[in-house]
Each structure stands twice: as C-alpha cells, then as structure tokens.
Design a protein around this ligand. Structure first.
Ligand SMILES: Nc1ncnc2c1ncn2[C@@H]1O[C@H](COP(=O)(O)OP(=O)(O)OP(=O)(O)O)[C@@H](O)[C@H]1O
Ligand SMILES: [Mg+2]
Length: 420
C-alpha cells in the first residue's frame, strides 16, 4: 500500500491526516493539538524559525523577528515570487510556504515513524476567482512547493469534496447534500450525492453535481471590521490638512487590515511615507497611532485583536477591543449589527456562491436534503443564516469546524492508497 499524507494547508489553520489501517485520522501537529495555525516566525533574536502557536507566542512576547500569516492567499498572485526582508536576508514568499509545509511533513513523519513520499493536498474550488489560468498557476505553485518539500507525488482534492467525504462517513442512506466549507481565505461549496454504498469508490464524478467558491473567508471579515471600526481611529478616511475634501492615502490602512500584507509594512520606505502622511493630515494625532503600530511592529497583534473581537461577536451582541499598545486610552466598542452591516457584502457573496452552485448543478433549492457546514467562518450567525436560507428544506448538520476537510482528505488518500 502507498503511503499518502493528507495535508489541509489552510489560510488560517492547517491539519495533517493519515489513512491508518484502523481508519483515517488527524495527526497531532503541534504538541497534542490536531490543528496548527498557518503562521511562521523568523526569530532573528534566537536565529531560528518557529511555527504555529509557538510562532504567534514568540511574536507576542516581542522577540525580534518577522511573523507571517495567511500565506495561502498569496498563491496565484504576483506576491508569491516577491521577496520579503527577514533579518539581513531576503526570502521569497514561496520559500516561506515551503518551510511551513516541510515542517508539517517532518512532524507527521516523526509521529508515524516512517517517511511519506506522497501527498494529498486540499485546494479551494478557486484559488483566484473565475480565472482559470491564474487558478492553474496557483495549483502548480503549490505542487512545486510540495515537491520542494520532498513529496515525489502530489495529488489535489477540492476542500468541499473532502468535507463531503467526511460527512458521508456518517450517513445511513442516500442524500443530496450541499457542503459549505467556509474558511479563513475562501468559501467553497459543492453539491454532492452522498451515500454509504458509494463511500469507498474512487471515481465519484457522477455524484458531484457542482462545485463553486469565492475568495471570501474569515480574513476578509477581519479586514472589513478593521477598516470599518478600527482603522478610522488611526486616521483612515480622515481629511488632508490643506484640503478637507480629500482623504489620506488608504493603502497603508489596507495593508494593515490584510493578514498576508502586514509584514510588508516595515523598513525605511514605509517610515518615510508615514512621515509624509503625518505631515499632511488634518488630525496628525490619529496618524501618530498608525506610525506607532508600524514602528513597533504590532500590526499582527492588532489584526489578532480584531479577529478575537469578530469571534466574540459570534456569541455575544457586543464586545470591546482594548488597544493600549496603539494608544494608552484607546478602547473601541463593537456591536453585532454594525459588524453585520460592515460585512453584508461578503455574506451576500458567500450566499450567491451557493445560488450559483445550485444553478450549475441544475437542482432546485428545495431538493437539497442536507446542508453540511464546516470551517471557522461557519460560526458567524449572519453567515449561517444566509446559507441556510438558500436551501429551505435542508437539515443543518455541522462538521468538525476545523477538522472535516483534513479528515475527508485522509479518507480520499486511503481510497487511493488501497487502489494503488
Ligand atoms: N467562533 C468563530 N466565529 C467567527 N469566526 C471564527 C470563529 N472561529 C474561527 N473563526 C474564523 O475562521 C477562520 C479560520 O477558519 P478555518 O480554520 O476553517 O480556515 P482555513 O481552513 O485556515 O482557511 P481556508 O480553508 O479558507 O484556506 C478565521 O478567519 C477565524 O477567525
Ligand atoms: Mg479550510
């Protein structure tokens, strides 16, 4: 039997699974944890590279170095081949992703006690929305990265199909299921005929009625919330000193609110640009806060606090963000209605993607018997509601929020390994 590792390389979190004789399972990837944040910290103070929670902790404890997160978002975009300054070196984004995936491979092999040369990687339905060529390039880039990690054979499976396989392992009869994997970077939808009778088959093309997806995920909700409620306190959308009809340039605020671009805000050119902004601002005290965040490299901490507030709003109607490292007195009150309003466009696009999937599949919304949702963003109440409304007759089933895709990839890896 072939050895195939199943890797769900996620925008926010990753998992590694393996098809054991006893059945597919996720492997502990950080201590005993079955998930690892897709984060990497180049600790220049201790001259080492750290991954996952350990990377985030080292950054939070103010070790000198550079934190990078959400790097999956770079696949299929020009940034993949660009280099970023780390200590006194320049490292290309693709090489940083390689370090992360190689780390997952090594950790998994240490757990298994043997090498694994083949990999089954999850992929979103679209890495780059509706652009077949760039989407292909993104997959090729990820395949090249996997080969650079030492995998000799690389296969891909759509993330929502993987989630469907996880769901299928627990159904007792045939169902027409809409599977929604709402993650950190993308929302991916499939309509699949699931049935225990077909569970182990390799070729399921006739059971997959349609796939669709949008490049919208939890990181976009963070970005919207940040731009709408937080960045204005750092000068975003405030006027120029000499011309009240014009606003300060927005690019720095966009970078600071976008997980995979935060690390780009450093160095002399950013400092010069910010000085000019400060000079030309009608409210320089606000830009002073922005300068402090960039100078003290607290951009990821800020994004993390915005994300934590977003998560809090899934369970409560209101929350507070304390930002003493931006300004001693800065405390922002947030409420769910404003969050929902700020992110209404994102939520609509996710719901539209479900509509598109139904259309492609040629099935009426009423014919869907189950909606299976997974992924961190499926916890947002407005997103859940928008998805459920699209399929009024369906029963809602929730997968393991962070594990379904990885488990499904392991199931698929097992089917392929047995067939080889
Ligand atoms: N309770 C919650 N409420 C709202 N959002 C949440 C909650 N828990 C996690 N999230 C968000 O879910 C996202 C991560 O989800 P997940 O781990 O499924 O994504 P991923 O697999 O890394 O990304 P992708 O599949 O898109 O590449 C993050 O944006 C995180 O903030
Ligand atoms: Mg995912």
């Amino acid at each position: 039997m072939k050895h195939i590792l199943a890797i769900d390389f996620g925008t926010s979190n990753s998992t590694v699974g393996y098809p054991f004789e006893s059945g597919p399972a996720l492997l502990p990837v950080e201590g005993e944890e079955l998930t690892i944040p897709s984060a990497i910290f180049f600790n220049t103070e201790e001259e080492r590279v750290q991954f996952g929670r350990e990377a985030i902790t080292a950054y939070t404890e103010h070790y000198e170095g550079r934190l990078l997160r959400a790097l999956k978002s770079v696949l299929g975009h020009g940034l993949i081949n660009e280099k970023t300054q780390v200590g006194d070196q320049q490292i290309a984004f693709k090489d940083i992703i390689t370090l992360f995936l190689r780390h997952l491979k090594l950790v998994a092999e240490a757990r298994l006690g043997h090498n694994v040369d083949h990999v089954m990687l999850g992929r979103p339905v679209w890495f780059v929305d509706n652009d077949t060529q760039r989407d292909r390039e993104a997959q090729d880039q990820l395949a090249a990265i996997a080969r650079a990690c030492g995998f000799s054979e690389v296969a891909f499976q759509y993330e929502p199909i993987a989630a469907a396989l996880d769901y299928e392992s627990r159904v007792s009869g045939e169902e027409l299921a809409l599977i929604a994997d709402l993650g950190g970077g993308t929302s991916d939808i499939s309509i699949v005929r699931v049935s225990p009778a077909n569970h182990g088959k390799i070729d399921r093309r006739s059971d997959v009625l349609a796939n669709s997806g949008v490049h919208i995920g939890g990181t976009d909700y963070d970005k919207r919330l940040s731009l709408d409620q937080v960045m204005p306190h750092l000068g975003f959308k405030t006027a120029l000193r000499d011309d009240a009809t014009r606003e300060l340039p927005a690019s720095v605020y966009f970078d600071l609110a976008t997980w995979h671009r935060i690390a780009l805000l450093n160095g002399n050119s950013a400092a010069t640009f910010l000085k000019e902004m400060h000079y030309s601002a009608a409210q320089p005290a606000l830009v002073h806060r922005l300068m402090r965040v960039v100078r003290e490299q607290t951009g990821h901490q800020l994004a993390g606090d915005v994300e934590a507030a977003k998560i809090a709003l899934s369970d409560s109607e209101r929350t507070l963000i304390d930002l003493p490292y931006v300004d001693a007195t800065l405390r922002i009150a947030l409420d769910r209605p404003s969050f929902e309003q700020a992110t209404a466009g994102e939520t609509r696009k996710i719901a539209d993607s479900i509509g598109e999937c139904l259309l492609q599949a040629g099935v009426k919304a009423n014919a869907i018997t189950t909606i299976f949702i997974t992924g961190g963003t499926s916890a947002i109440p407005s997103v859940r509601k928008a998805c459920i409304q699209k399929v009024p007759n369906a029963v809602l089933v929730e997968g393991s929020r962070f594990g379904s895709v990885g488990l499904g990839l392991s199931i698929h890896a097992g089917i392929l390994a047995r067939a080889a």
